[in-house]
Design a protein around this ligand. Sequence first.
Ligand code: ADP
Length: 246
Amino acid sequence: VGDTMLLQVTGLEKSFGALKAVDGCTFGVPEGSITALIGPNGSGKTTVFNLISGLMTPDAGEIVLDGERIEGLAPWGRAHRGIGRTFQMTRLFREMTVLENVVAPLRDFQFRQLGLGAVSGSEAEKAEEFLEFVGMQAYRDARAGSLSYGQQKLVELAQILVLDPKLIMLDEPAGGINPTLIERMGGLIRELNDQGKTFLLVEHNMPFVLGLCNPVRVLARGQVIAEGSPAEIQKDPLVLDAYLGD
Ligand code: ADP
């Protein structure tokens, strides 16, 4: 991990009515890193994720991916420039099969209106490669809605991998899943990172974050109040204050 930032957000702001949920948020995600974004409940982490992935438009600030401003682009434009993201509550198409879900991002973004149609051989091959990677190939024909929450998270990871993202944003990858799956999720993230993928994670499981992520960015009241290695963050009085005040 070097000094080059794959993603840089600067002076990001977002208000909901009178509430400034994101209030001048500035941080970078180094190329090749597994970066964590942590902070107490309500500190603005999800909103920052939404602003980066394009679900929300910032009131002010810049988002630069790989040297290019992206804050004006629609979510699909950002996906095609290399941002893949998962959601805290998974967003698979519950009535579609696991395979169809993983093929879906390869299709036109209107596929929901158009209907998916038959999956071609080359699409299936690509989807299966990633299902195998996350250990879910045995479930390819199962209805996504029939899977456990943890299994859905693995399928969601396969789903974003088919577009070969440069930056993988995971919203609580270890949240609400059993210890075996947490272990597997951590292993997959590490393996992808070894292959060159950069990660930005929001995660509440501190042992998971501290064992996997470096650097860590700490958010409180919509601003980054501390940054550094896990060791540096853990002894920062501002961080302790932010969590005690939660
Ligand atoms: P975190 O993910 O760190 O828990 P959020 O980004 O979800 O924080 O929320 C930051 C603040 O913005 C909270 O006070 C939350 O209630 C508020 N907020 C988030 N989304 C909305 C929204 N769509 N409308 C109104 N308020 C929101």
